[in-house]
Write a protein that binds this ligand. Structure first.
Ligand code: PA5
Length: 448
């Protein structure tokens, strides 16, 4: 089995090598802090050893529940926001057929998402869809009190109970939450839902390898064992016993901090298949919420090429030179597809006839990387041998571990998110939530 690889050669001409080596020399100490739980946010480091500590019993329970749902429903609504849905959506989309929702024959239930927005139209259309479907719900919230999923679940609970009756509804609802506290835990215990626990020491955006990510991924029909095996491999490849030069997590954390020091304040994650678009969304949350604090941190952005070369490509080539790119490259596609020959070569593409579409994609990737580097945009390349559960497991753990190291290099706590509270306070005050009277008065004075 191969492993995912990193290539940072195309970043070196933009930085001071000694700055890079200085950051790299700090990484083993940062990894030890993660492993020994001695750094900032050390009560949220349960994710570090998740791949090697998850038990056979835990995996089997998740698989059994997924099989149960498969036997019972055609569609599962996953309710959650932020770290409670981005990881599973990323993996499911990366592994699914691009047109899965339009292909009628499907062995596993369709998986759709709610609770990640407060759009009235979205909820109306969701309920319209569910009227005609046999469905179940997996509701996920660590705190059990987050407004968006709580609101969606309130709507879905009413619908599912009306559609199937209260006692059958409870067989179709699974809750993933804290082991003892929060409104969702209380509700699940009161209603008798099957539950899975999110460990106390694992924060939302690091929870994809807990039931939060694993149950939806298993329900969608993908191998959580392979995903965990991949993550386990990366856990073993990124420990403090290794030299930092061999450790791709250390290399990535060091090069991005070196680039930041040289003025590159925005990192764009680039992919060349639409299947990876939601890996980018997951990555943006992981790095944005972990590093963006104390007026520090690289701004994480993403593009999907070649599509976005026709929109964002211009800016990347010639706009402000404060950006660098991290390209996720998939070495071998799953299928083979050749370009056909035309009798009359009107589009002048017959020179490509007989070649694979992926040859064109790979040359677009190489050509873009060379052009962007020439244009002043450093490039990092992360290569996956294939897009499957095993390599995605490696990739997820790689980004998590590198994020922890990188956050510690920055000197912040990568495992909290104090800034997320500000909008909630204003929203509750504006909605007139009891207990927020002072904030309501202060806000009204600002807007009147
Ligand atoms: O990373 C985090 O902790 C957050 O993004 C949470 O996942 C998100 O706010 C949802 O929280 P909860 O699962 O408590 O509803």
């Amino acid at each position: 089995m191969e492993n995912i690889k990193i290539n940072i050669d195309k970043a070196f001409s933009f930085i001071s090598k000694s700055d890079y080596e200085n950051f790299l020399s700090q990484t083993n100490e940062k990894i030890s802090q993660l492993e020994n739980k001695t750094g900032k946010g050390n009560d949220f480091l349960g994710w570090v050893n998740l791949p090697t500590t998850i038990t056979e019993h835990e995996i089997t329970e998740i698989e059994k529940t997924a099989e149960y749902l498969k036997s019972k429903v055609d569609l599962v609504v996953i309710v959650g926001i932020g770290g409670s849905y981005l990881g599973s959506k990323a993996v499911i989309d990366a592994l699914s057929d691009s047109f899965t929702n339009l292909k009628t024959k499907k062995e596993y239930p369709h998986v759709i998402f709610a609770g990640q927005n407060i759009s009235e139209d979205y909820h109306y259309e969701l309920i319209e869809l569910l009227n005609d479907k046999s469905y179940g719900v997996i509701v996920i919230s660590k705190s059990g009190t987050t407004t968006e999923p709580a609101l969606s679940f309130r709507i879905l609970k009413e619908h599912i109970e009306h559609k199937y009756g209260k006692s059958e509804a409870k067989n179709r609802i699974i809750a993933i939450t804290d082991k003892s506290k929060g409104a969702l835990r209380e509700l699940a215990d009161k209603e008798g839902y099957k539950t899975f626990v999110i460990p106390d020491d694992v924060g939302g955006r690091y929870s994809v390898l807990t039931p939060v990510g694993l149950l939806p991924i298993a329900v969608a029909g993908f191998s959580i064992r392979q995903l965990i095996n991949g993550a386990k491999k990366m856990e073993n490849l990124s420990g403090s016993a290794l030299t930092s030069n061999e450790n791709i997590c250390s290399q990535y954390a060091s090069i991005r901090n070196t680039l930041l020091k040289s003025g590159k304040t925005t990192e764009i994650l680039v992919s060349y298949t639409p299947k990876l678009q939601n890996i980018s969304e997951w990555w943006k949350q992981l790095y944005g919420e972990s590093e963006g604090k104390e007026n520090k941190g690289i701004f994480p952005a993403s593009v999907n090429f070649t599509c976005d070369l026709h929109s964002m490509g211009q800016y990347i080539q010639e706009g402000m030179r404060n950006i660098f790119e991290t390209v996720i490259s998939v070495k071998s596609p799953k299928y083979k597809f050749q370009i056909p020959k035309e009798e009359i070569d009107l589009d002048k593409l017959n020179f490509l006839a007989g070649r694979r579409i992926d040859d064109v994609n790979k040359m677009a990737e190489l050509g873009t990387m060379l052009a962007h580097v020439d244009g002043g945009v450093p490039n990092i390349k992360i290569e996956l041998p294939e897009l499957n559960e095993y390599y995605l497991g490696q990739l997820l753990y790689f980004f998590e571990k590198a994020c922890g190291i990188s956050g510690y290099i920055l000197g912040i706590n990568p495992f909290d998110q104090p800034g997320v509270e500000a909008y909630k306070k204003n929203m509750f005050a504006l909605l007139g939530k009891p207990g927020f009277e002072n904030e309501t008065r202060e806000l009204k004075a600002k807007i009147d």
